[in-house]
Design a protein around this ligand. Structure first.
Ligand code: SF4
Ligand code: SF4
Length: 198
């Protein structure tokens, strides 16, 4: 079952996701190859998905966000097929207008998502498979701060307690990652919280 987040919860989530992933500005790694903008802030590369109540919450705080719309038939199909009862596609005004405190959960968590082991246990975070070869942090996992991994792990634990759709989704993406990694003979790009014993 999916339960709605309260504003207080959203404030807490944003606090958990405030710290930058790396000790340096990782946008400087990818921007030179992307016309001077961070890869993940370019709409054509990644359309952020916001929780429906998160979009409402942000709409009260800022004019940075609006629902994503496109006249391109393929985009219309994507919107129809991929928006869910809990998540909607949104767009911001772009990097020149970014408001750090009003970045979405999607902005703050990119490029990491929850990882479930083969026993179905939530054990850590994993690099999003669809962005391997696109976001350079895949080759710099050691640069991602342990304090960030710990807080993001806790964040996703809270989210999945409230949104069972997310729990199901990430169990499935973790399975997909394992199949792909086995086929390609590569190690899974997993980051564990500091208390993980293995
Ligand atoms: S998260 Fe990846 S794609 Fe986004 S700014 Fe950092 S290095 Fe670039
Ligand atoms: S809100 Fe800021 S961080 Fe998020 S996509 Fe827009 S420019 Fe990037």
């Amino acid at each position: 079952m999916n339960k709605k987040f309260t504003e207080e919860e959203l404030r807490h989530y944003y606090k958990l996701l405030d710290e930058p992933l790396t000790p340096y500005d990782c946008g400087k790694l990818c921007a030179p190859q992307n016309g001077g903008e961070p890869f993940c802030c370019i709409l054509e590369n990644a359309v952020p998905m916001l929780y429906r109540e998160e979009f409402k919450y942000l709409s009260h705080r800022t004019k940075l966000w609006k629902r994503w719309s496109s006249s391109h038939p393929q985009d219309k199909k994507q919107k129809k097929d991929e928006e869910t009862p809990i998540l909607i596609f949104c767009e911001c005004k772009g990097i020149a207008h970014c408001e750090r405190e009003n970045r979405s959960i999607a902005c703050r968590t990119f490029p990491l998502e929850p990882y479930f082991n083969p026993k179905g246990e939530y054990v850590g975070l994993i690099f999003m498979r669809e962005f391997t070869g696109k976001c350079p942090l895949i080759g710099r996992l050691k640069d991602i701060k342990q304090s960030v991994v710990d807080k993001h792990y806790e964040f996703w634990r809270l989210i999945m307690e409230k949104k069972s759709d997310e729990y199901d989704l990430y169990k499935s993406t973790s399975r997909g990652w394992r199949i792909s990694a086995t086929k390609r003979g590569i190690a899974l790009p997993i980051l564990y919280p500091s208390w993980y014993k293995g």
